[in-house]
Design a protein around this ligand. Sequence first.
Ligand SMILES: [Zn+2]
Length: 575
Amino acid sequence: MRPLLLTTVVLVLAACSATSSTPWEANAEPGADLVLLHGRIATMDAAHPNATALAVRGDRIVAIGGDAEIMQHVTERTRRIDLKGRFAMPGFIEGHGHFLGIGAMKLELDLRGAKTWDEIVTLVTDAARRAKPGEWVVGRGWHQDKWTSVPQPNVEGVPLHDELSRATPENPVILVHASGHAAFVNERVLALAQLSAESPNPPGGEIVKGPDGRPTGLLRETAEEFAWSARARTSKTRDTFHKQVELATDECLAKGITTFEDAGTDLATLDRFAKLADGKKLRLRLWMMARDDQAALRKGLATHRWIGRGGGFLTVRAIKEQIDGALGSHGAWLLAPYVDLAGKDEKPASAGLNTTELAVLEESAKLAKEHDLQLCIHAIGDRANREVLDLYERVLGKDAKTLDHRWRVEHAQHLDPLDVPRFATLGVVAAMQGVHCTSDGPWVASRLGEEPAGTTSYVWRTLLDSGCVIANGTDAPVEDVDPLPSFAASVTRRMPSGAAFHGEQCMTREEALRSYTLAAAFAAHEDDVKGSLVVGKYADVVILDQDLRTCPDEAITKTKVLYTIVGGRVAYEAK
Ligand SMILES: [Zn+2]
């Protein structure tokens, strides 16, 4: 026995020393590294939904059940956290967000709280004054439908650039729309990008023009690129990658998120994340979609399929594409024209934008199939959703569901009732954002009409009842990454006014919890290691000060995150 035991110890020690700086790797000594005791634990495991305690060894759960049972795993070196009756559940999984965007937002001008256009002009003018002449000012998060008054003059509710341009003559200014699907720029940017009354619209985008034919400053969808390339040409931008990762990580961990599903990052940036993962520098788990041009994808996909890299901290096994824009910026691709654009001028009203040619999407679908990757296509309008479902059916076949492909529609926001059951039939996951319903609800009907909005928009109940899997999230930084407002929106659909947006489509508490844990893990092909608290899965746990299954509706958003545990390691602890 002895030599064998010695060999084992040596091997284990050798394995540990290779990654000695990581406290969450398996310990050679017996017993648990961490136990949680005396809690109310929602396991999300259908066979044993409730527990009071759990034990962790290395980065995995080794036991879950009652306190007496778990105490058997406690040794001298075991860290104990007494939950004192508090609530614990699998860590939140953000199902669709833009990880670096969260960090970038913290380094730029945050316009999400602005109530009027004048307020934005003031904020930007101040920022321009602090900047050097010629330095670019970038802001993010404005939304014309969240303003308390309509700016005058305006085109489709969005102002003309003149006032902003007069206030910021020395600095180029780009203000990204909350949806991320349009940007507003000042005169300096228009000049640098050489945009004028004569400039034609690019494919999949629009240079919005006023009654006199001049650009208003609003650049929709692909037209935004004119501004960003002018910036790339004329200024040296600081590399803030690491800063953004740190800021975004801290923000997510403080809000109870243990896995973040990132909705699209280019291959070169994915390489930088791989470096962080390999150096054990990531503190929360990332599941990232590859988003790049077709040539780059074709060349690089084979070397960018990573599953559980860096001890389960980085997975890339999906391609991101986008078929349309957002509803707020009139970019969502609809079956019928926008009701608020009807009768505005001679031409027929717009039904939105198809931002990526269908032939390109078809090519990406083939690439995804060939490389055994998921395909995740952004689709907001009902036409966009239908086209994506048609595409998936064409490429995967009528029996798609049996392939367990878990291809996704990102947002799946407005659906023709005929298309709703097709998600379940084809095995397509709907990656939706609870909080979009309540923050956009007040103006959805103005775009789509009252009646259609009720039967087509954010139809969680109908989707779930048809057997569709819904992953929840926030699309951060479009919305705050905090899961609690999105959870509350999912179960109440209550808008800021207090009225519910078609309350009959609410999720139950259980369904909403699932959408933020097990279903979100399923949507990433990761339900074998995450999403529920069972033996063998990662010890990714969040501890809250109240029970999300039973607290009053109004209390949900007041819930405090006490601990966020990633792979058995306390990654955040409330002060
Ligand atoms: Zn997004």
